[in-house]
Design a protein around this ligand. Structure first.
Ligand SMILES: Nc1ncnc2c1ncn2[C@@H]1O[C@H](COP(=O)(O)OP(=O)(O)OP(=O)(O)O)[C@@H](O)[C@H]1O
Length: 248
């Protein structure tokens, strides 16, 4: 399988704080990789660096064989990298459909085409019944669905999901896990930042662990949950991978 994303020696300081320090990892096409670690470990900053919202001090980000450091977020999105935000940022007064059309307009300026693409994305995430609902009136899980639909409407090859399961109840987490699996089944490469470990175990074949901006481990879910340094820094206690799950 070819490499979708190759991150090499990525670093970012904010004043004296080393938010991301010399981080390297590779994501293969159609793989789902999780980025985990305690609060403030540098996960969201890494997403910002990959997607052009921050410029790294040093390091390289190759997406589908092309260096993307220095490109604007819009251009990176046009190359097929879409993201969701940790704090969902929909246009609250606009309907679900209008919000998702803002993503679809990246590929087509034609209203009818953008509407069609947006509807496909909305249907994919299971929001068709709420197409005309204002974004601000959605429940938490539906806001996450909207975030994913908006990203999907840009027709990405690689999707970066930032804590899409935060605040969901167990049944909703199951639905979100199923949706991530469905996205992967569609051929998407996925990088997911998440604190919900059972969800990580269910969706990711490979896990990268950050702590204080540094990569402290990477490997299969089984390797990660058994890694003493990861347990010390983050997990606290052993988390069993699901029988028959991605890491089994
Ligand atoms: N724009 C910024 N200016 C200054 N410091 C920042 C900025 N963005 C992030 N930081 C700091 O960088 C460090 C890494 O933050 P980041 O948000 O990447 O962590 P995270 O792993 O995503 O955490 P969480 O799990 O809480 O979302 C933190 O100490 C944070 O306070």
């Amino acid at each position: 399988m070819a490499d979708a994303l190759v991150i090499n020696g990525l670093s970012k300081r904010f004043g004296g704080l080393r938010a991301v320090q010399d981080v390297s990892f590779t994501v293969k096409e159609n793989e789902t990789v999780a980025l985990i670690g305690p609060n403030g470990a540098g996960k969201t900053t890494s997403f910002h660096l990959i997607t052009g919202f921050h410029r790294p001090d040093t390091g390289s980000v190759m997406a589908f064989g092309r260096e993307i450091v220095g490109l604007k977020p819009h251009d990176i999105c046009a190359l097929g990298l879409a993201r969701t935000f940790q704090v969902a940022k929909p246009f609250g007064a606009m309907t679900v459909l209008s919000n998702v059309m803002t993503g679809a307009f990246l590929r087509s300026k034609n209203n009818a085409v953008a509407r069609e693409k947006a509807r496909e994305a909305i249907e994919f995430v299971g929001l068709s019944a709420k197409e005309q609902t204002a974004a601000k009136d959605l429940t938490t899980i539906d806001q996450r669905r909207l975030e994913m639909a908006r990203a999907l409407a840009t027709e990405p090859k690689l999707l970066l999901l930032d804590e899409v399961m935060a605040g969901l109840n167990p049944a909703e987490i199951d639905q979100a896990v199923a949706l991530v699996g469905k996205l992967s089944g569609r051929g998407l490469t996925i990088v997911i930042v998440e604190h919900v470990m059972r969800a990580i175990m269910a969706v990711a074949k490979h896990i990268v662990v950050l702590d204080h901006g540094q990569k402290i481990a990477e490997g299969s879910p089984k390797e990660i949950v058994e890694n003493p340094e990861v347990i010390r820094a983050y997990l606290g206690s052993y988390v069993h991978p699901p029988a028959g799950g991605a890491g089994a």
